[in-house]
Ligand binder design. Sequence first.
Ligand SMILES: CC(C)(COP(=O)(O)OP(=O)(O)OC[C@H]1O[C@@H](n2cnc3c(N)ncnc32)[C@H](O)[C@@H]1OP(=O)(O)O)[C@@H](O)C(=O)NCCC(=O)NCCS
Length: 363
Amino acid sequence: MTTYSVDELVVPATMNDDPATVQSFRDWLAVSDAAEVGVHGLPELAWTPEEYLPMCHEPGAPSRLFAVRDTDGAVVAAGSYDTKQEAGTTNCWLAAGVAPEHQRRGIGTLLADHLEGVARADGRTQWKTYAVSRQVGPAAGPGYVQAPTGFGAVPVDEAGVRFLTARGWRFGQVNRISRLPLPADHSVVRELHDRASAAAGPDYRVHSWTGRTPGEWLDGIALLETRMSTDAPSGDMAEPEDVWTAERLRAHEEELARAPRSMLTVAVEHVPTTTLAGFTQLAVPDDPARPAMQWDTLVLREHRGHRLGWLLKVVGIEELERSFPGRPSIVTFNAEENRPMLDVNEAVGFTGVGCEGIWERRV
Ligand SMILES: CC(C)(COP(=O)(O)OP(=O)(O)OC[C@H]1O[C@@H](n2cnc3c(N)ncnc32)[C@H](O)[C@@H]1OP(=O)(O)O)[C@@H](O)C(=O)NCCC(=O)NCCS
């Protein structure tokens, strides 16, 4: 009979680390990706190990990775535990995925028990997980669990939904996964750009750059990163404020720069105060066959209502196509209740391709 055991990986420092360490990491990521692609059917969202590794080395919050192996030592499930190391931290993120061909044998339970044990031992009391789902249209009725935000739903019949519910996790929010095939319709993007610029008026000016944040905008981007934790919709699962400083931002950028991709940032300056009012970031793989991922997008609360979200989005598309031609698509995740963001995405041609349930457990 096959027996399964959980072990913690040594996360390689780089992809040139000891070959056995690197191979375990590759196997872990392949299983993690396979579990998610098995649900949403979007192979475009699978990570390459080279892209994923630097994200495991987030300064002050290194990822801990766990593998379930069978008797032969093959990885059959992949788990992760993420939290800031700073004293007083109460929250953490867990993730578990079982290779599709090994599901329903108790492996997910073994891994989740282990991860929750790690969180408990670490004194974390507010746990979150992001569980992908297949695309759910607006007409979701019976057969779906509605999000308590009133926006979005996940299918009742999905393994992750059943699994998390049975373990006492609470479903809190839905992210829509949207995809824009490239090239975008340039006449639409141009027209939206003109309208957004006119609405924003002379008080706002757009800047964009690739790679490290220019010195003059370091504090501005650090503030925007901080406000991602307080100003972006998070249902009723509000997380503690996550403070970014210029030093933390630099260390984070140094780490991300190790990945074979470029970070394209578009930011809007509020001219009268010479401060940043909003930003968006696109992670663009060096490999032109891979999609660009649109990461954080935020307009500070006090600057909302000036079409700055539209401006950021269309300039991001234009800059991406100019500087990195030939990418197949842009993929982005947005809260289903974030109507202003979904409006601009829909207007430029993004369509929903999948969902992500955000689940919480407080202990
Ligand atoms: C969710 C997931 C981790 C479960 O892993 P697993 O090894 O199949 O889970 P287990 O065998 O330990 O199942 C435990 C319980 O979950 C529920 N469950 C799991 N899969 C289910 C399915 N396909 N249908 C109905 N219930 C299911 C059942 O209550 C099951 O208990 P039972 O078998 O005694 O009825 C796995 O399906 C997976 O990797 N899914 C994709 C990634 C994901 O959604 N992760 C979410 C967690 S972060």
